[in-house]
Structure formats: C-alpha cells, structure tokens
Ligand binder design. Structure first.
Ligand SMILES: C[S@@+](CC[C@H](N)C(=O)[O-])C[C@H]1O[C@@H](n2cnc3c(N)ncnc32)[C@H](O)[C@@H]1O
Length: 313
C-alpha cells in the first residue's frame, strides 16, 4: 500500500487514499463491491462488467494468473488502430447556430485565449509563467474546466473541444457568465482535436489530465474510435509528470468495461487510486459535475463512475 502524495485539491480526503494497482485490486476479488452498482442501460449491470464473475458474497471471484490471462483471446479493445493512429475526428463539429453573444465570444475572445496552432504547448508560453498544467479532453460546455480553473487560480488550464457550440459555451464561462463571476485568466482553449495539442505538450509537463464522459462508441466495430485506447493512454502517461493524475468518468457500461481493460494493460504506468470497493461510485472531492454527467443522472437516471489514476514514477 502506498500513501498518495497528491495535489492541492481536497487534501484531507486525498491524503487518506491508498493506491492499489487495478490488477491487484481486481485479482484479489475486491471487485465484489462493484456488484452493488447497477446500471439502467439496456439491462447491463456492473457485476459482470469485467468478465470476472459476480460478487464474492454469492459466487467467489475466480482468481486468475498472468499466464492464464495472457492465453485468453484478444478482446475488441485490441483491434489495431486507435485515435492516435487514425488521426481523424469523429462526431459533431457544430450544432444549432450560435447566438449573437456566443458568436461574438468566438470571434473576439477565442483568438485571445486560443492555444497557438503550432509549436510547444507549455505553461510559460500560454500563461507567461511556470505553473501546474491541467488538460481536459473534450470539455463539452466547459463547466468542469471553468469550475476547476476557478478553484485553482494559480494553475493553468487547457481544454480542447471540436464542437463549436461547446467552445462557445465554455467561452461564456471563461468570460464570467455574463458578469456573475470574474473572468477566468487561467484558461486556454483549442477548438479541435485534443490529441493535436497533447502531442505538443512536453513529456512530464502535465499535473492533471481529464477525460470526462468521452463519446462511448458502443459498437464493437467502433472501439478503435474510443479515446480510451492504448495509443492515447500511452500519450497520457508520457505527458503526465510522475505523481500527476488522470481522471476519467463515464456513465456508459460498455465504455467502463473497455476502459478498465485498457487501464489494466497500463499498470506499469498508472496506479488506480482507490481505497475500497465502491469508491468509484462516489464523486471525489474537487471533481465538479459536467453537463453531460448531470443529464445522465437527472434525465436518464444513470449511475456515474469516477476513476482516478496516478502516474507512476
Ligand atoms: C459525451 S461529450 C462529453 C462532454 C463533456 N466532457 C461533459 O462531460 O459534459 C464528449 C465530448 O468529447 C468531444 N470530443 C470527441 N472527440 C474529441 C477529440 N478528439 N478531442 C477533443 N474532444 C473530443 C466531443 O465533441 C464531445 O463534446
């Protein structure tokens, strides 16, 4: 058990957390707590989501050896190709026409806070000074990014989002929500593919990386489009500093199963920060709700799962 040494957010809670690698946690049968989580998507439920069987209370989890695991048939997540190699964007780039105020922000504010189109992306270049750097992939309407930036004014935040309506909403938050809040000076935005920017961040320069409710691409044949795949996760590992944190959230049972399989292959790079079964069902401190997450809970009645991984030294 390794005590976490973690960044400023919610120190009391984090200082008590213990890192357990995903493998030891799952292989030891600690997955039993996942049995408590049920999901309303198409009758899917968490108990079988790792293929590790049902809660130990009724059916003990079968322990597996690395040799046995290696002999298993590759799963869909192993299909060749992923967002880093496909090098293309899927999904919408625009929706409803922007309102006049949003268009003005896109025309006037975005150029002032846009990530430069070329060259290294460093805190010094973006903010004029060194500071802990956070990166959010696919920020949607920017609620989480803005709330985090407000919480940590001495840190620098970079967000990437190809959907222009999301960028426009984020600009509203950055500009102070029509005078409700002060303007946020510590946010930079890339209107486009997160991987384009991530590749330009020097290795080890990120303190936090967020992937919140990525597009699930639930069909197996689209698995390679999922952001949580080996290529992107290797990139996340390269860009995070040792001790840096990768936060991932989803409400999608197919995606969570896929993501945990992928992260299991990256145990040499990441420790899953979890104290006990069920922790991943509770929103950690310093993790503001995203717009998508709010809708998933309130409109669709979905459960949401939260994962924190620490970059190993
Ligand atoms: C389901 S939405 C979630 C948005 C937001 N994170 C939230 O939780 O409200 C997924 C978002 O990822 C964005 N996205 C998809 N591919 C992306 C990429 N390659 N780079 C950055 N964002 C991407 C989409 O445009 C979309 O806004």
């Amino acid at each position: 058990m390794v005590l976490t040494v973690c960044p400023a957010v919610n120190r009391r809670r984090i200082s008590h957390s213990v890192s357990v690698s995903a493998a030891s946690w799952l292989d030891a049968g600690a997955v039993t707590g996942m049995g408590a989580a049920h999901h309303s998507h198409a009758g899917a439920s968490i108990p079988n989501f790792l293929g590790y069987g049902c809660p130990a209370v009724r059916h003990p989890v079968r322990l597996t050896t690395p040799e046995a695991a290696a002999k298993r048939q590759p799963m869909t997540a192993h299909k060749s190709g992923d967002p880093t190699t496909l090098n293309r964007l899927y999904g919408r780039s625009k929706g409803k026409p922007l309102r006049a105020g949003q268009q003005t922000l896109v025309d006037d504010l975005l150029p002032q806070i846009a990530v430069p189109p070329e060259g290294e992306v460093t805190a010094e270049r973006l903010f004029g000074h060194a500071c802990p750097l956070h990166f959010e992939i696919g920020f949607g309407g920017g609620e989480h990014m803005a709330a985090r930036a407000d919480m940590l004014p001495d840190h620098g935040f970079v967000g990437a989002e190809p959907f222009v309506n999301g960028v426009a909403q984020a600009l509203v938050h950055v500009s102070g929500d029509h005078g409700v809040h002060p303007q946020l000076g510590n946010v930079r935005i890339h209107h486009g593919d997160a991987l384009d920017v991530l590749q330009r961040i020097p290795d080890g320069a990120l303190s936090f990386l967020y992937l919140l409710h990525p597009d699930p691409w639930p069909k197996a044949r689209h698995a390679k489009r999922r952001m949580m795949n080996d290529g992107p996760v290797d990139l996340f590992a390269a860009k995070l500093r040792p001790g840096g944190e990768f936060r991932f959230g989803t409400d999608h049972p197919v995606y969570v199963r896929h993501a945990l399989m992928v992260m299991r292959r990256h145990r040499h790079q990441f420790d899953w920060l979890i104290e006990k079964p069920g922790d991943f069902q509770v929103r950690p401190g310093g993790w503001p709700e995203t717009r998508y997450e709010h809708k998933a809970r309130t409109v669709y009645g979905h459960e949401v799962w939260y994962f924190r991984y620490r970059r190993r030294a």
